[in-house]
Design a protein around this ligand. Structure first.
Ligand SMILES: *[C@@H]1O[C@H](CO)[C@@H](O)[C@H](O)[C@H]1NC(C)=O
Ligand SMILES: *[C@@H]1O[C@H](CO)[C@@H](O)[C@H](O)[C@H]1NC(C)=O
Ligand SMILES: *[C@@H]1O[C@H](CO)[C@@H](O)[C@H](O)[C@H]1NC(C)=O
Ligand SMILES: *[C@@H]1O[C@H](CO)[C@@H](O)[C@H](O)[C@H]1NC(C)=O
Ligand SMILES: *[C@@H]1O[C@H](CO)[C@@H](O)[C@H](O)[C@H]1NC(C)=O
Ligand SMILES: *[C@@H]1O[C@H](CO)[C@@H](O)[C@H](O)[C@H]1NC(C)=O
Ligand SMILES: *[C@@H]1O[C@H](CO)[C@@H](O)[C@H](O)[C@H]1NC(C)=O
Ligand SMILES: *[C@@H]1O[C@H](CO)[C@@H](O)[C@H](O)[C@H]1NC(C)=O
Ligand SMILES: *[C@@H]1O[C@H](CO)[C@@H](O)[C@H](O)[C@H]1NC(C)=O
Ligand SMILES: *[C@@H]1O[C@H](CO)[C@@H](O)[C@H](O)[C@H]1NC(C)=O
Ligand SMILES: *[C@@H]1O[C@H](CO)[C@@H](O)[C@H](O)[C@H]1NC(C)=O
Ligand SMILES: *[C@@H]1O[C@H](CO)[C@@H](O)[C@H](O)[C@H]1NC(C)=O
Length: 428
């Protein structure tokens, strides 16, 4: 029991070390040259003819062999031919770094540097192992909300005992996705965004299949997933077995288009990821000029995009349009049905608007002026009426051409308004 506890605590102690080591994996770009470090801690200068160094992959393919001061490339794996080199002037200082040129996707994996000091009993010893990650666009694509399986395998001939297996899945930023320590899930360090979603395949573990199943994929899962194996025999801690890039996507709905004003078409498509590429076709010809297009994006609660694109036409006539949305990561293109509409463009009317407003204001001013005048007239008449008893006579005298018989009005209101009309005629 005490023994188990000791090994367990030894192991747990090793776990955080992974994230401190920032050269855990080296990243290279296809076609470039990369330098993979390896050095022997030695104070004395080594004699070149005594140095034997071997660079190999974790699968045992020989990358570069240097035997007793001489390159021996007879065993070199063909894919490394002509691409490897040691630094001759550095060897005596114990610097056995490897230069690898024209990096290819197939180079991804672990590079192991071993030193053989020529003493038969000493054999060779592993000085360093380095995971090389090659940037490429062969990302796994997962659909939002669905489950993805991320591969990771340890090449092993013998069957592993589950209680001896320790595997850690983490992001390249160091967030722990899933920790499996000596046959038991240990989720105490799991990053919250992965809670309840990852799972290993229990029955596959003994075969060295440490693939991860991640359910309910979300847009925040985009990144690199690193699978590390803790080999308790070796004292070098963890070994990166794989690094897999994950991108997420979702399908845009078939775009729907409709005319939304005499000269506008509006198309919408929803629920896609990542941001789309959109284009319009007008009368079956690709619209190259984007100045007539206004496209807006919005996101839903799961980070998926909805697209609304408005096309404003500046020509009249029967026009047929279609709208295409392209999902770059799914290599998926969706096009709306052709939508036909008779586009009519109203002449700009703002010049007349000013005139109409001006005339209206003038009208109102006149109206007010006339009303005031009318009231004054009425008031005057009222005064007159008080002086003269014969009202009809007065009206005939003053306004005889209008023939407004005051007595006919049923009330004063009507009389006033009639007077107003008459006066307005006079003024106009
Ligand atoms: C190299 O060896 C010396 C003494 O042997 C030791 O003090 C030093 O820490 C070692 N350096 C490394 C990087 O291991
Ligand atoms: C190193 O090389 C010298 C001569 O080149 C040889 O005498 C010596 O034994 C070698 N040392 C080892 C450890 O092989
Ligand atoms: C290179 O290594 C192979 C086997 O490892 C051996 O048969 C061959 O003689 C070596 N060549 C030289 C030049 O040392
Ligand atoms: C080993 O040599 C290479 C090439 O000169 C150099 O870039 C690297 O820093 C050296 N490594 C050490 C540990 O000295
Ligand atoms: C680099 O490698 C690729 C194959 O991976 C090969 O086609 C190309 O010719 C190589 N380039 C150089 C400069 O060696
Ligand atoms: C054998 O290796 C050990 C350390 O691994 C080293 O201390 C010792 O000097 C080596 N023996 C010879 C003869 O080089
Ligand atoms: C694997 O586990 C068994 C018992 O579970 C143990 O005896 C053995 O030493 C372990 N192997 C390693 C390499 O730790
Ligand atoms: C899980 O790991 C943490 C630290 O990494 C440790 O404190 C804890 O005891 C472990 N739990 C189990 C059940 O092994
Ligand atoms: C690992 O296990 C999973 C689940 O059973 C399977 O789909 C996958 O093909 C296996 N991988 C290998 C390399 O066997
Ligand atoms: C999946 O994740 C989303 C958040 O990204 C959450 O709202 C939803 O409830 C989850 N669905 C399931 C079935 O767990
Ligand atoms: C319509 O607008 C586009 C871009 O603003 C312009 O290139 C084109 O000449 C216009 N066509 C007409 C008939 O005004
Ligand atoms: C659409 O999704 C596919 C993956 O199925 C992807 O390869 C493609 O790049 C996506 N296209 C866009 C524009 O996102």
């Amino acid at each position: 029991m005490a023994h188990i506890w000791r090994t367990l605590s030894f192991f747990v102690f090793l776990l955080p070390a992974v994230h401190v080591q920032d050269n855990k994996y080296l990243t290279a770009i296809i076609g470039e040259t990369v330098q993979i470090l390896c050095s022997l801690n030695t104070t004395e200068s080594l004699k070149t003819e005594n140095i034997s160094v071997e660079w190999a992959t974790s699968e045992g393919l020989i990358i570069h062999s240097f035997v007793k001061g001489v390159d021996n490339l007879s065993n070199q794996a063909p894919q490394f031919e002509g691409r490897t080199q040691l630094f001759r002037h550095e060897l005596s200082r114990g610097n056995f770094s490897l230069r690898l040129s024209n990096v290819s996707v197939a180079d991804e994996g672990e590079f192991v540097c071993s030193y053989y000091d020529g003493v038969p009993t000493n054999g060779s010893r592993v000085l360093h192992h380095q995971y090389l990650h090659v940037e490429s666009d062969n990302c796994l694509t997962a659909i939002i909300g669905e489950t993805v399986q991320i591969p990771c395998t340890l090449n092993t001939e013998e069957s592993l005992k589950t209680e001896n297996i320790s595997v850690e899945w983490a992001t390249s930023e160091g967030l722990i996705i899933h920790s499996f320590v000596k046959g038991v899930d240990n989720l105490s360090n799991q990053a919250p965004q992965f809670e309840g979603r990852p799972q290993l395949f229990r029955h596959e573990l003994s075969r060295g299949n440490f693939s991860l199943r991640l359910s309910n994929v979300s847009v925040t899962d985009v990144g690199k997933f690193v699978c590390s194996y803790y080999d308790e025999v070796s004292t070098t801690g963890s070994r990166v077995l794989s690094m897999q890039c994950l991108q997420v996507a979702d399908h845009y709905s078939d775009p729907v288009c409709e005319p939304t004003s005499p000269a506008k078409f509006t198309c919408t498509s929803t629920g896609g990821f990542p941001k789309p590429k959109v284009h319009w076709s007008v009368n079956k010809e690709l619209l190259k000029d984007s100045s007539q297009v206004d496209t807006t994006l919005s996101t839903d609660s799961r980070g998926r995009y909805s697209v609304t694109s408005i096309l404003t036409m500046n020509v009249t006539g029967k026009i047929s349009v279609s709208f295409t949305i392209e999902n770059k990561s799914l290599r998926e293109t969706r096009t709306s049905p052709e939508t036909e509409h008779l586009v009519t463009i109203k002449k700009p009317s703002y010049n007349y608007t000013g005139l109409v407003i001006g005339l209206s204001v003038l009208g109102i001013v006149l109206f007010i002026a006339l009303t005031v005048k009318a009231r004054v007239t009425i008031w005057r008449r009222m005064m007159m009426m008080k002086k003269k008893k014969n009202v009809t006579q007065f009206v005939q005298k003053e306004d005889n051409d209008h023939q407004v018989p005051l007595k006919q009005g049923p009330n004063a209101e009507q009389w006033e308004s009639e007077t107003l009309v008459v006066n307005a005629k006079e003024e106009g």
